[in-house]
Write a protein that binds this ligand. Structure first.
Ligand SMILES: [Zn+2]
Length: 206
């Protein structure tokens, strides 16, 4: 059994934008600000369209990332066949219905079948799929499928707990509700294995 905590895998703030896309987005955000009743020329807002244009490209950079390539870049032959768990992977995504953030933690486990991957690669796979317009259910399954299809392990488990700003700031205004989604394959479909995994991450579950 191998359990790792990746709380120190922090977000690197690197620039990630395209000039032509940025120019078009700036125009659109300037118009949106005006439509919302603000003055896009006033001092505090003058550079806002450009900042938003760049921030949104950063937050959707997952479209340019290849999860399978990430996992294959550190795929090693290894006879270890106990459960590997990576807990508390920080996650920031954006709900595709409202384009508002949802954020929380992902917990991932797999049981190797001849191959393992670098632990930090699992965190990068979370980034790859979360930095897109998403729904939490699909995000959970995409992470599972990428690991399953690349490492062909005996089983994969993914649990995501997240708070959705679209629920907290508007609509039902449920400030403290946490949405939990999970997906299991292979041996994790068996009650015993799944229970063991859930027990091992349960200290972190809300
Ligand atoms: Zn939403």
């Amino acid at each position: 059994m191998l359990t790792a905590e990746l709380t120190d895998v922090s977000y690197k703030k690197t620039e990630h934008y395209d000039e032509a896309t940025t120019a078009k987005l700036i125009e659109n955000y300037r118009t949106a600000i005006e439509q919302l009743g603000e003055d896009p020329e006033r001092e505090g807002l003058i550079k806002t369209p450009e900042r938003v244009a760049k921030a949104m490209q950063y937050m959707t950079q997952g479209y340019d990332m290849d999860a399978k390539a990430i996992l294959n870049s550190a795929k090693f032959q290894e006879s270890y066949s106990e459960m590997v768990i990576v807990k508390d992977i920080e996650l920031y995504s954006m709900c595709e219905h409202h384009m508002l953030p949802f954020f929380g933690k992902a917990h991932i486990a797999y049981i190797p079948n001849g191959y393992i991957t670098g632990l930090s690669k699992l965190a990068r796979v979370v980034d790859c799929f979360s930095r897109r317009m998403q729904v939490q259910e699909r995000l959970t399954h995409q992470i599972l499928d990428a690991i399953q299809e690349t490492l062909n392990p005996l089983g994969v488990a993914v649990v995501i707990e997240a708070k959705h700003l679209c629920m907290m700031m508007r609509g039902v205004q449920k400030q403290n509700s946490i949405t939990t989604t999970s997906a299991f394959s292979g041996q994790f479909e068996k009650n015993e294995t799944r229970s063991e995994f859930l027990r091992l991450i349960s200290a972190d579950l809300h």
